[in-house]
Design a protein around this ligand. Structure first.
Ligand SMILES: Nc1ncnc2c1ncn2[C@@H]1O[C@H](COP(=O)(O)OP(=O)(O)OP(=O)(O)O)[C@@H](O)[C@H]1O
Ligand SMILES: [Mg+2]
Length: 238
């Protein structure tokens, strides 16, 4: 579903991605682990075409997105849900309106159909009662749930989550991680997560990739990663 080949990206002569390659199967949930500043967010931004590489290919569902025009990219992005680190809900809109917004922009659903869909997606993230509330009236964990529902409401084929557990306590971290896994399974999305959170990454991912100095230095199941002899990987999961 996603194949990345030899991705290179530098900023001002500083190399951030230095030949990143990997493939992800349709329906897989994978996590990229790595220290701060190793390029996890930069990698996700490439997967949605908000950054373009200096070199390399990004093939998603058969299309090399590095070759798309701006217009084609806009259409492509509609199939990708993106959960930003800071949730990025509209503070001036209720939860319901936040979810209805992409539907109004990109579908021809009637008011009633939109309301049903919003209700369905709020239920999926266990937020049925919160439709009339504003983001400022929600906890960080609840905001993430709403943002997740909004990211998926257009029927995304690919879901990208940048640090979904950052800023949350251990209980909420576990919670949102499990919700992401369950929703990915239910909707069949291919899901790519970035994280520092080793325990939850193993809990919910089919495979984990470890990034260091712009390269994938370990990949596989929890056992594969725990068995790695790479120094940084041992420090991370030790
Ligand atoms: N638009 C940009 N212009 C210049 N440098 C950038 C840009 N975006 C990212 N960088 C640099 O790329 C490097 C990787 O950043 P990135 O945000 O991907 O790290 P990260 O792995 O997501 O870190 P964290 O775990 O803290 O979120 C950093 O050194 C950052 O300063
Ligand atoms: Mg980041």
């Amino acid at each position: 579903m996603i194949r990345v080949e030899e991705l290179h990206k530098s900023f001002n002569g500083q190399s951030v991605l230095d030949g990143v390659s990997f493939s992800i199967e349709r329906g897989e949930v994978v996590t990229f682990l790595g220290l701060s500043g190793t390029g996890k967010s930069v990698l996700l931004l490439h997967l949605i075409g908000l950054l373009s590489p200096d070199r390399g290919r990004i093939v998603i569902d058969g299309t090399d997105i590095t070759r798309l025009s701006e217009r084609e990219l806009l259409a492509f992005r509609r199939q990708v849900g993106y959960l930003f680190q800071e949730s990025a809900l509209y503070d001036f809109m209720t939860v319901e309106d936040n979810l209805a917004f992409p539907l109004e922009e990109h579908t021809d659903l009637s008011d009633a159909q939109r309301r049903d869909k919003v209700r369905e997606y709020l239920a999926m993230v266990d937020m049925e009662g919160a439709g009339g509330r504003y983001p400022s009236e929600l906890s960080g964990g609840m905001r993430k749930r709403v943002a997740l529902a909004r990211a998926l409401i257009l029927g995304a084929k690919v879901l990208l989550c940048d640090e979904p557990t950052s800023g949350l306590d251990p209980v909420r971290s576990r919670d949102i991680s499990v919700v992401i896994r369950d929703l990915s399974r239910r909707t069949g999305t291919t899901t790519v997560i970035t994280s520092h959170d080793v325990a939850n990454s193993f809990r919910i991912s089919d495979r984990v990739f470890v990034l260091d100095k712009g390269r994938v230095v370990a990949q596989g199941t929890e056992d594969d990663i725990r068995g790695s002899q790479v120094e940084l990987v041992r420090e991370l999961v030790g």
